[in-house]
Design a binder for this molecule. Structure first.
Ligand SMILES: [Zn+2]
Length: 158
């Protein structure tokens, strides 16, 4: 396994557990070089989940892509690597649990947005703006307004 932080291929497996109802295994690893921890998700090659993109093309599910997207949205926010890792794990877990062969890419995007919502609103908006590709500033402002309203509603419930 290649460390996502420093690229070293030397690591130590700390924990290994099968995912319910699937043939996949989650492994917690520690990089022997930079000592950072990360999680890998391993499943037999032949059951790779395919992501169906909005234009109908399919590509194999790629955990790294999700990582990169979230990481970019969280840039300069006080969000730890562990939090990002946790979001990616949860999203991946959901996907593996719900879908057997393929999943629409916007379902993945929605799941990520759901998690980011609870973590950081700025990261949420950033991710949403990339992922939903707001065509113009009006749609973006609408989304922001909606967010604000929902946020206030949630806070008043607490
Ligand atoms: Zn490393």
């Amino acid at each position: 396994m290649k460390c996502p932080f420093c690229g070293s291929i030397h690591d130590q497996v700390l924990d290994s557990r099968p995912i319910e109802h699937t043939s996949a295994v989650r492994r917690r690893r520690e990089c022997s070089n930079c000592k950072k921890r990360y999680t890998t998700f391993e499943r037999p090659e032949e059951v790779t989940i395919m992501v169906v993109k909005s234009d109908g093309r399919r590509e194999p599910f790629d955990r790294k892509k999700i990582w990169t997207g979230i990481d970019r949205a969280c840039k300069k926010r006080s969000i730890s690597v562990e939090t990002i890792d946790k979001i990616v794990n949860e999203v991946e877990n959901d996907i593996m649990g719900e879908y057997v062969m393929e999943i629409p890419s916007n379902t993945i995007g929605d799941k990520i947005l759901e998690k980011l919502w609870d973590v950081d609103l700025v990261a949420y908006v950033r991710f949403a703006s990339v992922y939903r590709k707001f065509g113009d500033i009006d749609t973006f402002m609408q989304e922001l307004k909606k967010l604000k309203k929902e946020h206030m509603k949630r806070n008043s419930k607490k």
